[in-house]
Design a binder for this molecule. Sequence first.
Ligand code: SF4
Length: 353
Amino acid sequence: MSDSVRIWYVSGQRLCNFRCTYCVSINDYAKSNAADWPPEDQARFEKIVDWIADRPFRVGVRLATLGEPFASRPFLSKAAQLSTRPNTDFVELVTNGSLLKRRLEQLDREGDISRISLWVTYHPTEIPLQRFIANARFAQERYGCFVVVNGLLFPDNEQQIVDLKQAAEDAGLRFNLDLGYDPLTPHGVHTELQAMVPILREREEDGVARAVRLGVHPELLDLNMAAMRDLRGQLCSAGHNYFYIGIRGDVYRCSRYQALDKDRIGNVLDDGFDLQLSREPWTACGAGFGCGNKEDYLHLRRRGPVDGPLPPSLGWVDRDPPAAAARTRRGDDPGALAHVVSAEPSGRTEETR
Ligand code: SF4
Protein backbone atom coordinates (compact mmCIF):
# COMPACT_ATOMS: atom_id res chain seq x y z
CA MET A 1 0.00 0.00 0.00
CA SER A 2 1.25 3.43 -0.91
CA ASP A 3 1.67 5.98 1.92
CA SER A 4 -0.91 8.22 0.35
CA VAL A 5 -3.56 7.31 -2.18
CA ARG A 6 -5.06 9.73 -4.68
CA ILE A 7 -8.73 9.43 -5.48
CA TRP A 8 -10.71 10.94 -8.34
CA TYR A 9 -14.36 10.88 -7.44
CA VAL A 10 -16.96 12.29 -9.84
CA SER A 11 -20.09 13.06 -7.84
CA GLY A 12 -23.61 13.75 -9.11
CA GLN A 13 -23.81 17.41 -8.06
CA ARG A 14 -25.39 19.16 -11.08
CA LEU A 15 -26.29 22.79 -10.51
CA CYS A 16 -24.19 25.22 -12.55
CA ASN A 17 -24.47 28.95 -13.10
CA PHE A 18 -22.71 28.86 -16.51
CA ARG A 19 -23.95 27.79 -19.96
CA CYS A 20 -20.76 26.87 -21.82
CA THR A 21 -21.50 25.42 -25.26
CA TYR A 22 -18.65 22.88 -24.99
CA CYS A 23 -19.61 21.58 -21.53
CA VAL A 24 -18.75 17.89 -21.20
CA SER A 25 -21.55 17.27 -18.67
CA ILE A 26 -24.27 16.19 -21.11
CA ASN A 27 -26.92 13.51 -21.69
CA ASP A 28 -27.66 11.38 -18.61
CA TYR A 29 -25.02 13.26 -16.73
CA ALA A 30 -25.92 16.76 -17.78
CA LYS A 31 -25.41 19.73 -15.56
CA SER A 32 -28.48 21.83 -14.76
CA ASN A 33 -29.02 25.57 -14.60
CA ALA A 34 -32.08 25.06 -12.41
CA ALA A 35 -31.67 22.20 -9.94
CA ASP A 36 -28.84 20.76 -7.90
CA TRP A 37 -29.38 17.04 -7.42
CA PRO A 38 -32.12 14.57 -6.63
CA PRO A 39 -32.14 13.47 -2.98
CA GLU A 40 -30.88 9.99 -3.84
CA ASP A 41 -27.80 11.40 -5.60
CA GLN A 42 -27.05 13.64 -2.65
CA ALA A 43 -27.46 10.76 -0.18
CA ARG A 44 -25.13 8.63 -2.28
CA PHE A 45 -22.59 11.44 -2.40
CA GLU A 46 -22.65 11.82 1.37
CA LYS A 47 -22.09 8.10 1.92
CA ILE A 48 -19.25 7.97 -0.57
CA VAL A 49 -17.49 10.93 1.01
CA ASP A 50 -17.93 9.33 4.44
CA TRP A 51 -16.37 6.16 3.06
CA ILE A 52 -13.41 8.12 1.68
CA ALA A 53 -13.01 9.89 5.01
CA ASP A 54 -12.85 6.55 6.83
CA ARG A 55 -10.00 5.08 4.79
CA PRO A 56 -7.19 3.71 6.92
CA PHE A 57 -4.61 5.50 4.78
CA ARG A 58 -3.84 9.04 3.75
CA VAL A 59 -5.91 10.37 0.86
CA GLY A 60 -5.69 13.25 -1.61
CA VAL A 61 -9.05 13.68 -3.32
CA ARG A 62 -10.19 15.42 -6.48
CA LEU A 63 -13.86 15.86 -5.59
CA ALA A 64 -15.33 16.50 -9.03
CA THR A 65 -18.90 17.36 -10.01
CA LEU A 66 -21.15 17.56 -13.07
CA GLY A 67 -21.99 21.17 -12.23
CA GLU A 68 -20.29 23.99 -10.37
CA PRO A 69 -19.35 22.90 -6.84
CA PHE A 70 -19.57 26.39 -5.38
CA ALA A 71 -23.21 26.61 -6.53
CA SER A 72 -24.13 23.91 -4.01
CA ARG A 73 -23.97 24.57 -0.30
CA PRO A 74 -24.64 20.90 0.62
CA PHE A 75 -21.75 19.90 -1.57
CA LEU A 76 -19.46 22.45 0.05
CA SER A 77 -20.47 21.28 3.53
CA LYS A 78 -19.40 17.74 2.77
CA ALA A 79 -16.18 18.87 1.09
CA ALA A 80 -15.46 20.94 4.17
CA GLN A 81 -16.09 17.97 6.43
CA LEU A 82 -13.71 15.80 4.41
CA SER A 83 -11.05 18.48 4.64
CA THR A 84 -11.01 18.21 8.44
CA ARG A 85 -10.27 14.47 8.60
CA PRO A 86 -6.83 13.66 9.92
CA ASN A 87 -6.03 11.36 6.99
CA THR A 88 -6.95 13.94 4.33
CA ASP A 89 -3.99 15.54 2.58
CA PHE A 90 -6.09 17.74 0.32
CA VAL A 91 -9.53 18.13 -1.22
CA GLU A 92 -9.37 19.48 -4.75
CA LEU A 93 -12.42 21.18 -6.27
CA VAL A 94 -12.81 21.82 -10.00
CA THR A 95 -14.58 25.16 -10.35
CA ASN A 96 -15.44 27.94 -12.78
CA GLY A 97 -14.24 30.44 -10.19
CA SER A 98 -17.25 32.73 -10.33
CA LEU A 99 -18.48 32.19 -6.77
CA LEU A 100 -15.20 32.00 -4.88
CA LYS A 101 -15.45 35.37 -3.19
CA ARG A 102 -18.92 34.59 -1.90
CA ARG A 103 -18.60 30.94 -0.97
CA LEU A 104 -15.05 30.23 0.18
CA GLU A 105 -16.10 31.60 3.53
CA GLN A 106 -18.25 28.49 4.01
CA LEU A 107 -15.28 26.20 3.50
CA ASP A 108 -13.29 28.28 5.93
CA ARG A 109 -16.05 28.22 8.54
CA GLU A 110 -16.91 24.54 8.26
CA GLY A 111 -13.67 22.95 7.16
CA ASP A 112 -9.90 23.20 7.03
CA ILE A 113 -9.39 25.57 4.15
CA SER A 114 -5.64 25.08 4.25
CA ARG A 115 -6.33 21.70 2.63
CA ILE A 116 -8.56 23.05 -0.13
CA SER A 117 -7.05 23.00 -3.59
CA LEU A 118 -8.78 24.77 -6.50
CA TRP A 119 -8.60 23.92 -10.20
CA VAL A 120 -10.15 27.07 -11.63
CA THR A 121 -11.10 26.87 -15.31
CA TYR A 122 -11.68 30.00 -17.36
CA HIS A 123 -14.82 30.08 -19.49
CA PRO A 124 -14.48 33.36 -21.41
CA THR A 125 -18.06 33.54 -22.68
CA GLU A 126 -19.38 33.43 -19.13
CA ILE A 127 -17.13 35.63 -16.98
CA PRO A 128 -14.91 38.67 -17.61
CA LEU A 129 -11.20 37.89 -17.34
CA GLN A 130 -10.59 40.59 -14.77
CA ARG A 131 -13.23 39.20 -12.42
CA PHE A 132 -12.06 35.64 -12.97
CA ILE A 133 -8.47 36.47 -12.09
CA ALA A 134 -9.52 38.57 -9.09
CA ASN A 135 -11.51 35.63 -7.70
CA ALA A 136 -8.67 33.15 -8.17
CA ARG A 137 -6.25 35.56 -6.61
CA PHE A 138 -8.60 36.11 -3.70
CA ALA A 139 -8.61 32.35 -3.00
CA GLN A 140 -4.85 32.19 -3.10
CA GLU A 141 -4.07 35.34 -1.18
CA ARG A 142 -6.92 35.59 1.31
CA TYR A 143 -7.21 31.91 2.17
CA GLY A 144 -3.91 30.40 1.04
CA CYS A 145 -5.63 27.83 -1.15
CA PHE A 146 -3.52 25.98 -3.69
CA VAL A 147 -4.83 27.54 -6.89
CA VAL A 148 -4.31 26.57 -10.52
CA VAL A 149 -5.82 28.77 -13.22
CA ASN A 150 -6.74 26.55 -16.15
CA GLY A 151 -7.49 27.34 -19.79
CA LEU A 152 -9.06 25.10 -22.44
CA LEU A 153 -7.58 25.50 -25.89
CA PHE A 154 -9.94 25.45 -28.86
CA PRO A 155 -9.18 26.50 -32.47
CA ASP A 156 -10.89 29.87 -32.07
CA ASN A 157 -9.76 31.11 -28.67
CA GLU A 158 -6.04 31.72 -29.03
CA GLN A 159 -6.14 35.37 -28.04
CA GLN A 160 -8.22 34.60 -24.96
CA ILE A 161 -5.62 32.04 -23.89
CA VAL A 162 -2.80 34.50 -24.43
CA ASP A 163 -4.65 37.05 -22.30
CA LEU A 164 -5.40 34.50 -19.60
CA LYS A 165 -1.79 33.37 -19.36
CA GLN A 166 -0.55 36.93 -19.11
CA ALA A 167 -3.12 37.85 -16.49
CA ALA A 168 -2.32 34.75 -14.44
CA GLU A 169 1.38 35.50 -14.55
CA ASP A 170 0.80 39.12 -13.60
CA ALA A 171 -1.29 37.98 -10.64
CA GLY A 172 1.23 35.34 -9.49
CA LEU A 173 -1.13 32.46 -10.21
CA ARG A 174 -0.23 29.02 -11.51
CA PHE A 175 -1.30 28.66 -15.13
CA ASN A 176 -2.23 25.42 -16.87
CA LEU A 177 -3.43 24.92 -20.40
CA ASP A 178 -5.34 21.80 -21.42
CA LEU A 179 -6.67 20.82 -24.82
CA GLY A 180 -10.40 21.45 -25.15
CA TYR A 181 -12.37 18.30 -25.98
CA ASP A 182 -15.38 17.88 -28.18
CA PRO A 183 -18.16 16.74 -25.81
CA LEU A 184 -19.87 14.77 -28.58
CA THR A 185 -17.00 12.37 -29.25
CA PRO A 186 -18.13 8.75 -28.90
CA HIS A 187 -16.87 7.18 -25.74
CA GLY A 188 -15.45 3.74 -24.93
CA VAL A 189 -14.36 3.12 -28.52
CA HIS A 190 -11.06 3.69 -30.23
CA THR A 191 -11.47 7.40 -30.49
CA GLU A 192 -8.87 9.22 -32.51
CA LEU A 193 -7.28 12.06 -30.62
CA GLN A 194 -7.89 14.29 -33.64
CA ALA A 195 -11.61 13.56 -33.39
CA MET A 196 -11.73 14.32 -29.68
CA VAL A 197 -9.54 17.42 -29.74
CA PRO A 198 -10.62 20.15 -32.17
CA ILE A 199 -7.24 21.91 -32.05
CA LEU A 200 -5.63 18.80 -33.58
CA ARG A 201 -8.11 18.42 -36.42
CA GLU A 202 -6.22 20.37 -39.02
CA ARG A 203 -2.61 19.26 -39.44
CA GLU A 204 -1.71 17.55 -36.17
CA GLU A 205 1.85 18.91 -36.10
CA ASP A 206 0.48 22.43 -36.43
CA GLY A 207 -2.00 21.88 -33.62
CA VAL A 208 0.68 20.45 -31.34
CA ALA A 209 3.09 23.29 -32.04
CA ARG A 210 0.34 25.83 -31.43
CA ALA A 211 -0.67 24.17 -28.16
CA VAL A 212 2.89 24.11 -26.85
CA ARG A 213 3.52 27.69 -27.92
CA LEU A 214 0.45 28.80 -26.00
CA GLY A 215 1.37 26.95 -22.82
CA VAL A 216 0.45 23.26 -22.94
CA HIS A 217 3.08 21.26 -21.04
CA PRO A 218 5.06 19.57 -23.86
CA GLU A 219 6.01 16.39 -22.00
CA LEU A 220 2.46 15.91 -20.77
CA LEU A 221 1.06 16.46 -24.24
CA ASP A 222 3.41 13.82 -25.53
CA LEU A 223 2.32 11.50 -22.73
CA ASN A 224 -1.33 12.26 -23.44
CA MET A 225 -1.02 11.43 -27.13
CA ALA A 226 0.91 8.24 -26.49
CA ALA A 227 -1.62 7.13 -23.86
CA MET A 228 -4.48 7.73 -26.25
CA ARG A 229 -2.92 5.73 -29.05
CA ASP A 230 -1.20 2.69 -27.64
CA LEU A 231 -0.91 1.37 -24.09
CA ARG A 232 0.45 -2.04 -24.96
CA GLY A 233 3.31 -2.96 -22.62
CA GLN A 234 2.83 0.14 -20.48
CA LEU A 235 3.14 -0.04 -16.71
CA CYS A 236 0.95 2.13 -14.54
CA SER A 237 0.46 2.78 -10.83
CA ALA A 238 -3.32 3.28 -11.10
CA GLY A 239 -4.95 0.76 -8.79
CA HIS A 240 -2.06 1.06 -6.36
CA ASN A 241 -1.66 4.69 -5.33
CA TYR A 242 -4.65 6.04 -7.24
CA PHE A 243 -8.18 4.97 -8.11
CA TYR A 244 -11.43 6.29 -9.56
CA ILE A 245 -14.92 6.35 -8.05
CA GLY A 246 -17.92 6.92 -10.30
CA ILE A 247 -21.21 8.62 -9.48
CA ARG A 248 -22.87 5.41 -8.29
CA GLY A 249 -19.95 4.40 -6.11
CA ASP A 250 -18.30 1.96 -8.49
CA VAL A 251 -14.56 1.74 -8.02
CA TYR A 252 -12.16 1.17 -10.88
CA ARG A 253 -8.48 1.36 -11.33
CA CYS A 254 -8.94 4.53 -13.38
CA SER A 255 -11.62 6.32 -15.39
CA ARG A 256 -10.63 4.53 -18.59
CA TYR A 257 -11.29 1.18 -16.95
CA GLN A 258 -14.65 2.57 -15.87
CA ALA A 259 -15.45 3.63 -19.43
CA LEU A 260 -14.64 0.13 -20.60
CA ASP A 261 -16.35 -1.44 -17.58
CA LYS A 262 -13.18 -3.41 -17.11
CA ASP A 263 -12.17 -5.14 -13.86
CA ARG A 264 -14.52 -3.27 -11.54
CA ILE A 265 -13.00 -3.40 -8.05
CA GLY A 266 -16.35 -3.12 -6.26
CA ASN A 267 -18.86 -0.58 -5.05
CA VAL A 268 -18.35 1.70 -2.08
CA LEU A 269 -22.06 1.50 -1.24
CA ASP A 270 -22.17 -2.28 -1.01
CA ASP A 271 -22.27 -3.72 2.50
CA GLY A 272 -18.92 -5.16 3.44
CA PHE A 273 -17.08 -3.69 0.47
CA ASP A 274 -13.40 -4.31 1.11
CA LEU A 275 -11.17 -2.21 -1.12
CA GLN A 276 -8.24 -4.22 -2.36
CA LEU A 277 -5.62 -2.10 -4.04
CA SER A 278 -2.68 -3.63 -5.84
CA ARG A 279 0.34 -4.26 -3.67
CA GLU A 280 2.55 -3.88 -6.71
CA PRO A 281 3.47 -0.29 -7.46
CA TRP A 282 3.46 -0.91 -11.22
CA THR A 283 1.23 -3.26 -13.15
CA ALA A 284 0.52 -3.62 -16.84
CA CYS A 285 -2.27 -1.55 -18.33
CA GLY A 286 -4.91 -3.67 -19.99
CA ALA A 287 -6.89 -0.87 -21.62
CA GLY A 288 -5.05 -1.04 -24.92
CA PHE A 289 -5.55 2.62 -25.86
CA GLY A 290 -7.71 5.63 -25.10
CA CYS A 291 -6.32 6.88 -21.77
CA GLY A 292 -7.19 10.54 -22.25
CA ASN A 293 -7.79 12.02 -18.80
CA LYS A 294 -4.84 13.65 -17.11
CA GLU A 295 -5.91 12.38 -13.69
CA ASP A 296 -5.32 8.90 -15.13
CA TYR A 297 -2.38 9.03 -17.51
CA LEU A 298 -0.14 10.90 -15.08
CA HIS A 299 0.20 7.51 -13.36
CA LEU A 300 1.97 5.90 -16.30
CA ARG A 301 5.51 4.87 -15.55
CA ARG A 302 6.71 6.30 -18.83
CA ARG A 303 6.09 9.73 -17.35
CA GLY A 304 9.40 9.21 -15.56
CA PRO A 305 10.47 9.36 -11.92
CA VAL A 306 8.49 11.55 -9.55
CA ASP A 307 10.54 12.39 -6.48
CA GLY A 308 9.36 14.01 -3.29
CA PRO A 309 5.92 15.11 -2.22
CA LEU A 310 3.39 15.74 -4.95
CA PRO A 311 1.42 18.97 -5.29
CA PRO A 312 -2.09 18.86 -3.83
CA SER A 313 -3.74 18.38 -7.20
CA LEU A 314 -4.50 15.59 -9.67
CA GLY A 315 -3.74 17.86 -12.59
CA TRP A 316 -0.71 19.96 -11.64
CA VAL A 317 2.81 18.58 -11.92
CA ASP A 318 5.26 21.41 -11.22
CA ARG A 319 6.75 21.68 -7.78
CA ASP A 320 7.63 25.35 -7.59
CA PRO A 321 5.13 27.83 -6.22
CA PRO A 322 4.43 30.85 -8.42
CA ALA A 323 6.30 33.95 -7.36
CA ALA A 324 3.36 35.74 -5.84
CA ALA A 325 2.05 32.62 -4.10
CA ALA A 326 5.34 32.32 -2.27
CA ARG A 327 4.95 35.74 -0.76
CA THR A 328 1.21 35.96 -0.29
CA ARG A 329 -0.29 35.17 3.06
CA ARG A 330 -3.67 34.60 4.41
CA GLY A 331 -5.20 37.90 5.52
CA ASP A 332 -2.00 39.76 4.58
CA ASP A 333 -0.32 38.25 7.57
CA PRO A 334 3.32 37.64 6.69
CA GLY A 335 3.19 34.10 7.97
CA ALA A 336 3.47 30.86 6.12
CA LEU A 337 1.39 29.87 3.15
CA ALA A 338 -1.30 27.41 4.04
CA HIS A 339 -0.30 25.24 1.09
CA VAL A 340 3.43 25.38 0.80
CA VAL A 341 3.99 23.00 -2.04
CA SER A 342 7.35 21.43 -2.00
CA ALA A 343 6.60 20.12 -4.80
CA GLU A 344 -0.39 17.53 -10.39
CA PRO A 345 -9.64 19.23 -17.60
CA SER A 346 -11.87 18.19 -15.14
CA GLY A 347 -11.52 15.26 -17.41
CA ARG A 348 -14.12 13.54 -19.46
CA THR A 349 -15.45 10.30 -18.17
CA GLU A 350 -18.45 8.23 -19.08
CA GLU A 351 -20.22 10.29 -16.49
CA THR A 352 -19.12 13.73 -17.53
CA ARG A 353 -20.14 13.56 -21.14
S1 SF4 B 1 -2.49 3.73 -18.41
FE1 SF4 B 1 -4.43 4.80 -18.24
S2 SF4 B 1 -5.97 3.27 -18.84
FE2 SF4 B 1 -4.09 2.16 -18.31
S3 SF4 B 1 -4.31 1.60 -16.14
FE3 SF4 B 1 -3.12 3.51 -16.27
S4 SF4 B 1 -4.62 5.10 -16.03
FE4 SF4 B 1 -5.74 3.25 -16.59
